[in-house]
Design a protein around this ligand. Structure first.
Ligand SMILES: [Mn+2]
Length: 415
């Protein structure tokens, strides 16, 4: 991505920041796994969105005062011994090239820089991007920083820009849509590799391995843990144990995605393990497909995300009663118990959009109706990734096999 794009994003994100303020953003730190190993580093997505730099420890600062704006990116100190073990960290030239921040300093200088800046510039306001970790309750770098700074500078006004940044991320630029398309294309290759080997006796984890192997060949990784749920386990929404053998006559529900330069694809498909849908499986499948098509037709600017889910429920209330999957429309919750859509981008469940959100051109969302008949051992989910346009939507993943005919033809050819 051109660095002008991230420079413009910073201008937009910080345009309301007052004079006499400092903005401090953190890339995040490594998290210990065990002994001397750490978890793979996952850069703070807002930090990456604004700097295009992806390395632990980095700190971005913008100073605003009467003289103007000054940006500084703090990168790791040059460490020749460490480089012999893990290779070079981000260099000054690379940091400038990626971020368009022209003043680069060593991280070891940050504390002294901050103290000096506060005392000399009459700083009244600190802008920070801080998000409460609701999953593990671990303090983020930003939270720790704020606690420390509040004690040192009790009068300082502190503003959290997290929601503003998250909101910005919901609208994708053309360059971002291209990256999502790349991620989808790699996902397509992975799915095709998986399906071409799919047959009774193969296990769910082997199917996942087939998928991931293809991604790795393209130097990509998964955007989230792959779900390969066959038979009754397809009715468990986030089944990721993927441990069992796939049986003749079962369906395999696959929910998977590749990430390309941090942009995520999120695709679901459901395949007959033996290459042919039974009449009942086909009946379920066609209803889900119908619901998905109804949602596609409804997507346009101004429509609320929650309305899309009602469309799916209405299709099911009618069709699933006819097909004797439920006795009455009000039992729809028994066979469909999630939402049809979420935002997609640098995160698989991308930030900034909530149930009450209203669609705007440039948003990328998933459309993923599912139908789950636990007592029949049938679970179907079909998920595509779409771009909201001025007049409707564009299905970005339309090249991935989907109809019953396409799937059966593909599987027949590969057997
Ligand atoms: Mn999804």
């Amino acid at each position: 991505m051109k660095r002008e794009i991230v420079i413009n994003r910073r201008q937009e994100a910080f345009k309301d920041h007052v004079s006499g303020s400092i903005t401090v953003l953190f890339a995040g730190d490594l998290v210990k796994r065990s002994a001397d190993s750490t978890y793979p580093f996952i850069v703070n997505r807002n930090f990456y969105y604004l700097t295009q730099c992806d390395e632990d420890g980095l700190i971005y600062v913008q100073l605003r005062n009467a003289v103007g704006n000054k940006e500084i990116l703090f990168i790791k100190d040059h460490n020749p011994v460490l480089e012999k073990w893990v290779g070079k960290s981000l260099t000054k030239d690379e940091a400038i090239h990626k971020s368009g921040v022209f003043m680069i300093q060593a991280l070891s200088q940050f504390e002294a820089f901050f103290a000096r800046t506060m005392s000399r510039n009459n700083i009244q306001t600190l802008y920070i991007d801080s998000e409460r970790d609701q999953l593990t309750h671990r303090n983020s770098e930003a939270e720790n920083f704020v606690r420390r700074i509040q004690r040192l500078y009790p009068g300082l006004q502190i503003h959290n820009i997290n929601q503003k940044l998250n909101k910005m991320r919901t609208l994708k630029s053309e360059a971002e849509v291209e990256l999502i398309k790349e991620a989808i294309d790699v996902t397509r290759l992975g799915i095709e590799a998986l399906v071409s080997k799919l047959q009774p006796g193969r296990s769910e984890y082997q199917a996942v391995a087939d998928f991931k192997y293809e991604l790795n060949l393209k130097h990509c990784d998964v955007s989230f843990d792959t779900i390969a749920a066959s038979g009754k386990d397809a009715t468990i929404l986030h089944y990721v144990s993927n441990h069992k053998e796939m049986k003749d006559g079962d369906l395999l529900l696959l929910d998977c995605g590749a990430a390309f330069k941090h942009y995520c694809a999120d695709i679901s498909r459901t395949f007959p393990v033996n290459g042919k849908f039974t009449d009942r499986q086909r009946e379920v499948y066609e209803i889900v497909l119908e619901a998905q098509n109804e949602v596609f037709k409804a997507i346009k600017p101004g429509v609320a995300l929650i309305q899309l889910n009602e469309i799916v429920r209405n299709v099911y209330k009618e069709r699933c009663v006819q097909a004797k999957m439920i006795e009455a429309p009000e039992h729809v919750d028994d066979i469909y118990y999630h939402s049809v859509s979420h935002s997609l981008g640098l995160d698989t469940h991308d930030v900034g959009m909530f149930e009450g959100a209203v669609l705007e051109p440039g948003m990328v969302i998933t459309v993923e109706p599912g139908l789950y008949l636990e007592h029949e051992g049938i679970g179907v989910r079909i998920e595509d990734d779409v771009l909201v346009t001025e007049t409707g939507c564009e299905n970005l993943s339309s090249s991935i096999l989907k109809t019953v005919e396409e799937i059966e033809a593909f599987m027949n050819l590969s057997q």
